[in-house]
Design a protein around this ligand. Sequence first.
Ligand SMILES: Nc1ncnc2c1ncn2[C@@H]1O[C@H](COP(=O)(O)OP(=O)(O)OP(=O)(O)O)[C@@H](O)[C@H]1O
Ligand SMILES: [Zn+2]
Length: 715
Amino acid sequence: MFSLSNTVQPQVTVPLSHLINAFHSPKNTSVSVSASVSQNQHRDVVSEHEAPSSEPILNLRDLGLSELKIGQIDQLVDSLLPGICKDKNVSSHWHTSHVSAQSFFENKYGCLDIFSTLRSSCLYRQHSRTLKRICSDLQYWPVFIQSRGFKTLKSRTRRLQSTSERLAETQHTAPSFVKGFLLRDRGSDIESLDKLMKTKNIPEAHQDAFKTGFAEGFLKAQALTQKTNDSLRRTRLIVFILLVVGIYGLLKNPFLSVRFRTTTGLDSAVDPVQMKNVTFEHVKGVEEAKQELQEVVEFLKNPQKFTVLGGKLPKGILLVGPPGTGKTLLARAVAGEADVPFYYASGSEFDEMFVGVGASRIRNLFREAKANAPCVIFIDELDSVGGKRIESPMHPYSRQTINQLLAEMDGFKPNEGVIIIGATNFPEALDNALIRPGRFDMQVTVPRPDVKGRTEILKWYLNKIKFDQSVDPEIIARGTVGFSGAELENLVNQAALKAAVDGKEMVTMKELEFSKDKILMGPERRSVEIDNKNKTITAYHESGHAIIAYYTKDAMPINKATIMPRGPTLGHVSLLPENDRWNETRAQLLAQMDVSMGGRVAEELIFGADHITTGASSDFDNATKIAKQMVTKFGMSEKLGVMTYSDTGKLSPETQSAIEQEIRILLRDSYERAKHILKTHAKEHKNLAEALLTYETLDAKEIQIVLEGKKLDVR
Ligand SMILES: Nc1ncnc2c1ncn2[C@@H]1O[C@H](COP(=O)(O)OP(=O)(O)OP(=O)(O)O)[C@@H](O)[C@H]1O
Ligand SMILES: [Zn+2]
């Protein structure tokens, strides 16, 4: 408690506390002082006036000052605290309340008030004269300073008036470290309290109690204010810390959103992924693309080989192709083959609503990549960052981002070892500046796989599951024209799931066909109750298509016929081209039209003109589309000649009607051909329809058996 500040001499603090300990020690006094001050408050007040006067000797063994006389204590205190024992003309208006002094002090300073203890001890009573003097001098000590709490408006004014007087007064009466305390409004508070007591006419006998009560109330209020202040201070500190952390975060990263997104965006870009496990082996059906990228792999493996000859490799390679064709996989394979780090970033990550964020991400990405060259940076969906630099409210800062990308691409030398691979589904949407030489100057097309590619991809994914030996991936490949690698992977996966659901041990053709139809036409609708009449109509309609396909020379071979409802259809016949058709002949187009007509012709022949259904509408759509293209696009109409008619709306009415006329003739002829075939093969038509009603689905072989007039094995 005495170590209030550094100005306090250690010699002063230690002896005084020892002194009090010594006073308190039972050995040192002949009278027991075991009762605590608080327990004996009243007794203390009383005994103060009737202190017995025996044993004037102090036993200060603890101080190493044994057998000290009272007069010597004076000297001791005087030497330790010079001036404190001297008589001063300080008139204290304050009447000491020993009842509450202790609790004042403890509440306020959190430690024992040794002076109060001193006053309440029997030693004080025994040697009252000397100790009283010490204690009254010590009234200047913080012990009584809590009196400042008696604040009134008047005391405040008084205080202002008397500040200078008190300053002078305190300067020569107290040690310097106490001055701070003394300067606080002791005098004015004492005055105001005195005044209060006078105005309230408090009798002399109750004045002590009054002061005590007042002081206790004040202390409680003080403690409350202290608490509030503390919590306020704490809140301010927390807010301050948060503010500092926030500012730091902002400085480190201009936008905090960057940090939040790092796990999905920037971090994945900045943390390279080593692609050792992905090689060209994993990418099937895109042989040309692989060949073109092979030289990039060579460059990454051995950049010096290229620099020696002075050749420049493209900085950027643009992979162009529909979704799911393996562009990302190819880029990974390039990094994997060359065994270099792979930085992945998606263009949409750079597309930000906030100014500068996209640009700063690009900067970060390139900085990291350059530090780890040779490496591959892959930017997926390049069109979303490198699209034409138009200002749009949706992408307000795209211009800045793309400029940054251009700057970064210009910023490193071609042979620095960083290869940027961009991927896009819409190369037309890219900014021209991005595809000029020196940037993405090499384009590699990644098309949808052809039948050979699809077979390879199917085999690759089939090898990852258990499949029956009877499975022919080529048949599935033939029936999945236009499927991308990702779709084929999904097909195999769905077949595996179906086999698992059906409790089969391995995947068979049936599951593969099932999942193919599901992807092409939507899920089966087994729960749909279709009445026999509708089933019969569907069976004849579908077998009508099948008969035309079977007996028309240029039609595609039949793969399957079914009357199982699926998606929006009640049944369908699927045809398989032997190969992907790059070109189609006039005969093939006419055959396709005839097959489409087969459904309606069958309905009409079997059920009569009045019972034809709406079920043929999509067949007509298909046939009309082919006929229209033959006339307006393919130059296959004698009457309209070898000419294209792109915008039929702008044509003269005569030409328009001529086109319509030609289309109509083509369709009518097709209808007649189909009718002829079905009339000719009425028996086969009937057999096939009945077989479909019995078996629901027939594959190519079964259809052939039925049409050859043989009996089907009972399944
Ligand atoms: N040619 C392929 N060979 C093997 N697997 C392929 C092939 N193409 C696609 N896949 C499979 O499909 C998944 C998706 O392909 P990927 O992400 O590479 O396509 P993408 O062309 O990058 O598509 P997007 O344009 O939508 O980003 C691959 O992870 C892979 O499993
Ligand atoms: Zn049909």
